[in-house]
Design a protein around this ligand. Sequence first.
Ligand code: XIL
Length: 305
Amino acid sequence: MGAAVQSGYLASEPDYVAALSRHFSYVTAEYQMKWDPIQRERGVFDFSGGDAIVAFAEANGMRVKGHALVWHGATPSWVGTLSPRDLRDAVDNHIRTVAGHYRDHVAAWDVVNEAVAADGSGLRDTVFSRGLGPDYIADAFRTAREADPQALLFYNEYDAERKGPKSDRVYELVKDLKLRGVPIDGVGMQMHVEATSYPQPADIAANMHRLVALGLLVNISEMDVRIRTASGTTAQRLELQKRVFHDIVAVCAAEPRCHAVTFWGFTDKHSWIDSFFGADAPLLFDEGYRAKPSFFGVQDAFLGR
Ligand code: XIL
């Protein structure tokens, strides 16, 4: 059971540290292992934030998933100014340096994040696909494997949980990688969902099954459940949220090849949702670090209830 964490709160908030170390066994850096914080200037690497997260995890017996080596978001602007040849060198060097630095300290990496276009029509148009062509994905996995042969290597995507054009495209992409012998171990389903229109558990299960049939692991990598648009009293909305968390986590719990469930944070006090989608309460603990109904829904799902 994992959570995305921010190193600043580890240093400043005892309640944050207490809840995290009590309830979670796996952490992901919410921001500090992305390209921008690590290599904001070309060739200058700053691992301080990521190292703090790793040190915390190791002191508390937790595992770490690195996130993310190649993603169009949180990538510094200098990357967009390079010639194709320089861009290839920069991506190669970034992956080698970062995955090499965290070698033996991370259980897994999100190697490539969100590479498929929102409508599933093909690859997303990014600095990487434009400059390097579609093979940048295979190259990233090969480089990551060389730099850290032990870590599980994941492709990670959003809105590709239910069957549809986008998850079909992800399936085709990873199937092609597998067929070509590219070292990919699994697919992450981010699972940023809305309680009023969430992917149906049977659909998620079917999508997981076809990925597992390729010889891949799956994981739920960034789950949160927005309740802003749900109707009813606060208590009713929290019950609905509990059901959504339960029913989706139960799909992973029932799938032997589901590696982990990671939530994108754990307290409503600190969630990216508020600034990206508007004020909400999308997680497992309230702003005072009290367990919400959603927490008990997750607990029930892991216990098979
Ligand atoms: C978000 C973080 O939560 C924010 O703090 C950050 O500023 C922007 O990125 N998909 C991903 C994550 O893969 O990296 C994103 O995280 C949320 C969407």
